[in-house]
Write a new protein. Structure first.
Ligand SMILES: [Zn+2]
Ligand SMILES: [Zn+2]
Length: 272
């Protein structure tokens, strides 16, 4: 399997759905994509190749339990992460947070696809933050708006833990640089929000733009391009919160060992 191979889904896994076969050591990711554009489109996508220096500069050392490996000869970068944040997020989800043994590999070159892939009804990870935490689409395991229906379970850092004890986000990871650092403290000189994540297709995801918090100026994927950064996505305060579709043709290889036996306390059950 190459790093650009789309992992086939073994089962549908949402935030609080049954996950009997997850974490069984099979070493699989959980993302399930639609493979369909569903009438969505992007505007201005351009292929991008990054150096390892650029990738390293984007990641948030100290705010996550991860290691970044980058190989320009191979044209790949890989994040090894426990998926456990290195800060107290004032967690409100009844489920615990356990080491998920993430190994996520992207191409250094993000390549535009002929057509986009709708991820609004996806389950599982559709990208990873720059402190090694997966982010999901806008729906919970029951296909509802996760922010509306699961909002009370999100902690001060906009994260929560599913019944696999896998901590994740459905909207802007506000503590991605640590609980004491405002994302906009890392903004560019022009006020453009910094990279907070990389999507499954390798294009970067920036924080919410204070000048366009609802994404009115963005395409269906929550993306746009500018001369300095090329094509990229933004988190938004409104649906779809992270990204709506993937404009690129490649997909990361996201592998998780899942929580070790006995390490996931999910006895709290699904919150309502
Ligand atoms: Zn969730
Ligand atoms: Zn932008």
């Amino acid at each position: 399997m190459t790093p650009r191979t789309l992992l086939l889904p073994l089962l549908l896994t949402g935030c609080f759905e049954d996950s009997a076969t997850y974490g069984d050591g099979s070493g699989t990711g959980t993302w399930t994509g639609s493979g369909e554009s569903n009438g969505m489109s992007q505007e201005g996508c351009q292929d991008r190749t990054r150096t390892c220096a650029e990738i390293r500069a984007a990641f948030a050392d100290g705010a996550g339990d991860f290691e970044l490996d980058c190989d320009e000869d191979a044209g790949l970068f890989t994040v090894y992460s426990s998926g456990v944040p290195l800060y107290d997020s004032n967690q409100t989800t009844p489920n615990g947070i356990a080491d998920q043994g993430w190994q996520v590999t992207w191409s250094l070159t993000a390549t535009c696809a002929d057509g986009v892939e709708d991820v609004t009804s996806s389950r599982g990870e559709i990208g990873m933050t720059v402190n090694g935490i997966p982010f999901y689409g806008p729906e919970d395991g029951q296909g509802r708006d996760a922010i509306v229906y699961e909002g009370p379970t999100l902690d001060d850092c906009n994260g929560h833990s599913d019944n696999r004890c896998s901590y994740h986000h459905h909207n802007e990871p506000v503590c991605v640089f640590g609980t004491s650092t405002d994302i906009m403290d890392r903004a560019g000189d022009d006020g453009h929000p910094p990279v907070v994540a990389f999507a499954a297709d390798g294009f970067p995801v920036h924080g919410v733009d204070p000048d366009d918090p609802d994404g009115a100026e963005l395409d269906d994927c929550n993306g746009h391009q500018d001369a300095d950064r090329g094509y990229h996505y933004h988190m938004t305060d409104d649906y779809p919160y992270t990204i709506g579709c993937l404009a690129g043709q490649d997909r990361f290889t996201a592998i998780s060992s899942g929580a070790a036996d006995g390490e996931c306390d999910n006895s709290g059950g699904p919150p309502q």
